[in-house]
Design a protein around this ligand. Structure first.
Ligand code: HEC
Length: 112
């Protein structure tokens, strides 16, 4: 009986670890290193307005997180690792960027 309990708890632990590649990518897209891509590029990477303000000459300036649904894996990998004026620089592994890319592809399958 003891043995059975042991096996059962192993199963539970293994079960908790089991998330799909899609869920992993989704989790990363929503919260990579504490700053969500979704905060600036919207739920599915379609892009959105981050902030707008009036400058000194009363012009409206809009800062936008661009649409990132059609960027390739290679492009995204290079972009996240670079310095930008607004977007943070991320130190993500290749597997993490790949998972984010996979998530964006999966979630936007229908709109293609
Ligand atoms: C604080 C807001 C912010 C966050 C968070 C953010 N981005 Fe961005 N991103 C931007 C803005 C603004 C641009 C466009 C201008 C620029 O390059 O800074 C951009 C540009 C991009 C581009 C395209 C650049 C081009 O020139 O076509 C990609 C791809 C991208 N982001 C991916 C990501 C991914 C993936 C994440 C999460 C790991 C992320 N971004 C997080 C604001 C953000």
């Amino acid at each position: 009986m003891k043995k059975l309990y042991f096996l059962f708890s192993l199963f539970l632990i293994a079960g908790e670890d089991f998330i799909s590649e899609f869920e992993y990518g989704q989790m990363l897209y929503k919260n990579p290193r504490g700053i969500s891509c979704a905060a600036c590029h919207a739920e599915n990477g379609e892009g959105k307005e981050i902030v707008s303000y009036q400058d000194d000459e009363n012009q409206t300036i809009i800062i936008r997180g661009v649409d990132i649904r059609s960027h390739s894996l290679v492009e995204i990998e290079a972009i996240v690792a670079r310095n930008h004026p607004v977007m943070p620089k991320y130190y993500l592994t290749y597997e993490e960027v790949e998972a984010i890319y996979f998530y964006l592809q999966e979630v936007n399958k229908e709109s293609k």
